[in-house]
Structures are given as structure tokens and as C-alpha cells.
Design a protein around this ligand. Structure first.
Ligand code: ZN
Length: 223
């Protein structure tokens, strides 16, 4: 009898642990699952190259970037068009190659040349784009899909293999935060805080660079 009771409790315990693990997994994947469930197709990549940006070669030469850096503007009230106009005025301080939001992927600086988004030494190595802040579940999901698709597109275009650099400082897919942590050049942490906040607000769970990287892989494999 004692043994049967033990077995009974062991079974209950196993079921409970499985349920908890599965529900955690389901919540953790919710942004990416939502995107795949809704069959989002990414925005068309629009080229609006502005001639005013300086053109300097990457450290390995023209058209030889080593990876992609994902940024977020940190401005809760600006649109993609506000940000692009601001950048053209203030490019001497900083500029990136492209901007992404829920409906647009706009390339404003020639990606064969470096940009100034993460300081030294990252600027001489990476393609870089900014995301503007979105304010609904649907628009956040669309933006993240556009960003992952554009990252995969850039990797493919420059014959770079996907490799998550965020946890070890080596690879082709970087957050600005990871560049700052492993290579220096600034003390910025984006887009981690924005992903965490928007994920919690709209999906009840922080979105992470790790999940974003998985979405990049999905897009890369589909190309
Ligand atoms: Zn940044």
C-alpha cells in the first residue's frame, strides 16, 4: 500500500512538472508563435539612399560587413519618418543604414559602406538598423517580424551565416547591448529593454534577443 501511494504521488508530481514546463514554453514562444500563426508577410524593403552620408569602407573593405546590429531608438513618441529626418540632420553624431517599424523597412545609407551607430570598433564591422517604438500587440509583432526578416536578408545578401553573438560576443547577429558589452564603444543596451517591456505589455512575457535570433533563423531558412 505504501508503495502504491508513493507511485501515485510520483505520477501527480510528474504531471504537474510537465504542465508547468509546457505552459512556460508556450508563453516564452508567444511572440514568435503569434507571428507564425498569423502568417505575417514582411514589409517590402524600400531603398531611399540619402547621398549626404559619408562613405567609409569596413575594416575588411567595401561590401565586407561581418554581421548585423539591431537597435531601438529609445524614443516612445517618434515615427520612422521623424527618426529618418532627425538622422539626416545629425549624421555627424550618428547614423545607421536602415529603419524598421510595423509597416516599413527603409534603407537610407549604402550598406556597402560602414555607418556610425555603435562607436569603435563595431562601426567598422557591422550593418546596423534601428527599430522605432510600437504601441500595440499587432504592430509590435509586425515590427519584430520585419526586423528578423531584414536581418536574415542582410545576412544572405552578404553571404554571412547566422550565428548568435549575444551570449558569447562572437557571431553575426548582435544587439547594440552585446556590442557595448563585448567590444565597447558605448554603454547602450538596446533593444533589450524595449523588447522586454513590449513583450510584457502585449504578450505577458518579456521578448528576448534569444527569441529574436530564432525568428531570424526561421526567416533565413525560408529564403
Ligand atoms: Zn543602439
Amino acid at each position: 500500500m505504501k508503495k502504491e501511494i508513493d507511485n501515485f504521488f510520483l505520477t501527480i508530481l510528474t504531471v504537474l512538472i510537465t504542465v508547468i514546463a509546457l505552459s512556460t514554453l508556450a508563453r516564452a514562444a508567444s511572440v514568435n508563435s503569434y507571428i507564425s500563426a498569423h502568417h505575417y508577410s514582411p514589409a517590402t524593403i524600400t531603398k531611399q539612399i540619402w547621398k549626404g552620408f559619408p562613405r567609409y569602407r569596413y575594416r575588411h573593405g567595401k561590401g565586407k560587413p561581418e554581421g548585423v546590429v539591431i537597435h531601438e531608438t529609445g524614443n516612445p513618441s517618434s515615427t520612422i519618418f521623424d527618426e529618418i529626418a532627425y538622422m539626416k540632420k545629425n549624421y555627424r553624431n550618428a547614423f545607421v543604414h536602415s529603419f524598421v517599424d510595423s509597416n516599413h523597412i527603409i534603407n537610407i545609407a549604402n550598406t556597402d559602406y560602414l555607418c556610425w551607430g555603435v562607436g569603435y570598433p563595431g562601426n567598422a564591422r557591422f550593418l546596423q538598423f534601428e527599430q522605432t517604438e510600437m504601441h500595440s500587440k499587432k504592430s509590435f509583432a509586425h515590427e519584430v517580424e520585419n526586423a528578423a526578416y531584414y536581418t536574415a536578408y542582410l545576412l544572405k545578401s552578404y553571404h554571412l551565416k547566422p550565428n548568435d553573438a549575444v551570449y558569447d560576443g562572437k557571431g553575426t547577429v548582435w544587439s547594440h547591448g552585446a556590442v557595448a558589452k563585448y567590444l565597447g564603444g558605448s554603454d547602450h543596451t538596446d533593444p533589450v529593454g524595449y523588447y522586454k517591456r513590449a513583450g510584457r505589455k502585449y504578450f505577458h512575457k518579456a521578448y528576448t534577443m534569444n527569441q529574436f535570433y530564432k525568428l531570424v533563423l526561421t526567416n533565413y531558412d525560408d529564403m
